[in-house]
Design a protein around this ligand. Structure first.
Ligand SMILES: C[S@@+](CC[C@H](N)C(=O)[O-])C[C@H]1O[C@@H](n2cnc3c(N)ncnc32)[C@H](O)[C@@H]1O
Length: 397
């Protein structure tokens, strides 16, 4: 069934997408220190900035992030369109003694929320890519922010999301080959992979939020450079991003002031060269000539589109293209100028592409036991997640 909005999809589910079920302050503290690291170190927004700030969070789900902001001293306004999350949010704020920091909890989405107030900070993580075009939410955020106010968003990046789409394609093939239910098939394929990293949410939430989520698709994924250009157009400067969108190797005199256009131009150039890093989730910077960078970028783009096509039709025309594309990217990397910390990083991406190549080959042979043997045991498959979630912080000019 075609879905209208992401939150309508969530509202029909038995589980909330990110509910962490924190009970003790130790659990909340552990989560808060992860967030501190993200905000201070990666996004250059130290928690001190949140003290007594008016923060608007869109899409808090059960409210774990909102609790952390409130713990840093922020006054929270929350807009969550999924009514099932509201009792959880109230219960959480009461349980952790933070109710006085919850100014308002609105049953509204980004487009439906209205307020005469202006905010110092807006946070919208995990869904903003479904509000299209991006100019729509950028305009709304611009109106709701004080001058110099920040907006923090996380989104699915088009090339970083490759392995996420590949997992969905393998899951789609697995369901068709085994005739089993989505959860059973996902466990059969991905339990070892899921168990290999610490999570705050359940396997069932991941199944619903990623593997079965109709919005986790190429057509919703955003191209980082296009998003930066749209933000610039709508009156924002890029403050920070993770992974970094600014070329940190760039050096010039500290008194030289670059125009906004020049900064955007340099960031775009850097992003073009970062596509393979985004895909692989590690430093694999394309340092060759511009046409070599264009060629490898185009092949990554085609591969992402083809793997997305397999989600609807796992044994259709995209499958042989994915198999050939994985082999060709694996070979191209061997002969491309790539800046990595270590030869082992290049070997690792080659091993991963090889692993996915073998998995999709086994799908082509309809050999489900070969598929599961690889997905449950091959370290190159188990250890790679790519860089699907990107964070961008923009500042209202
Ligand atoms: C994947 S969850 C992320 C929750 C939390 N922000 C986090 O990052 O852990 C996305 C949340 O955004 C909400 N949501 C989806 N579409 C939305 C929209 N257009 N406006 C506001 N919230 C939305 C959903 O109901 C859900 O609670």
């Amino acid at each position: 069934m075609a879905e209208d909005k992401l939150f309508n999809y969530y509202e029909r589910q038995d589980v909330l997408p990110t509910f962490g079920n924190f009970k003790s302050s130790t659990e909340l503290e552990a989560y808060a220190s992860q967030r501190r690291e993200l905000f201070s170190d990666k996004l250059v927004l130290p928690p001190r900035l949140f003290r007594d700030a008016d923060v608007l969070e869109f899409g808090p789900d059960s409210g774990e992030n909102a609790l952390v902001f409130a713990g840093w001293g922020a006054n929270m306004t929350l807009a969550e369109p999924n009514r099932h999350a509201h009792p959880k949010i109230h219960a959480y704020f009461a349980h952790f003694g933070l109710t006085q920091r919850l100014r308002e909890l609105a049953l509204a989405d980004v487009e439906g929320f209205s307020s005469d107030r202006r905010f110092d900070m807006i946070d919208a993580e995990g869904f903003i890519y479904t509000v299209r075009p991006s100019e729509k939410w950028l305009g709304i955020f611009h109106r709701l922010l004080n001058p110099d106010g920040y907006a923090v968003v996380s989104y699915y990046e088009r090339y970083g999301g490759f392995f996420e789409l590949a997992l969905k394609a393998i899951h789609a093939a697995g369901k068709a080959l085994t005739g089993r239910a989505p959860l059973e098939t996902a466990k059969l394929l991905f339990e070892a992979k899921w168990d290999s990293i610490p999570h705050t949410r359940s396997f069932e939430s991941w199944l619903m939020d990623v593997l079965e989520n109709p919005f986790v698709r190429h057509r919703y994924f955003l191209d980082a450079a296009t998003l930066c250009a749209a933000a610039h157009q709508q009156g924002f400067d890029v403050h920070s991003a993770w992974p970094a969108y600014r070329d940190s190797l760039d050096i010039y005199w500290h008194k030289k002031v670059l125009s906004g256009d020049e900064k955007l131009h340099r960031a775009t150039h850097h992003l073009d060269r970062s596509r393979l890093s985004f895909l692989g989730g590690r430093k694999l910077y394309l340092v060759g000539k511009a046409d070599a960078v264009q060629a490898i970028s185009a092949s990554i783009e085609a591969l992402v589109l083809d793997v997305d096509g397999m989600i609807d039709d796992p044994f259709g025309a995209s499958l042989p293209r994915v198999i050939a594309g994985l082999a060709s990217l694996r070979e191209t990397i061997r002969t491309t100028d790539v800046l990595a910390d270590d030869a082992a990083d290049i070997e690792a991406i080659i091993a991963t592409l090889d692993s996915f190549h073998r998995i999709f080959g086994a799908i082509g042979r309809r050999d489900v036991s070969a598929v599961t043997a690889l997905t449950q045991a091959d370290p190159a498959f188990i250890n790679t997640w790519g860089q699907p979630a990107h964070f961008l912080v923009i500042r209202k000019r």
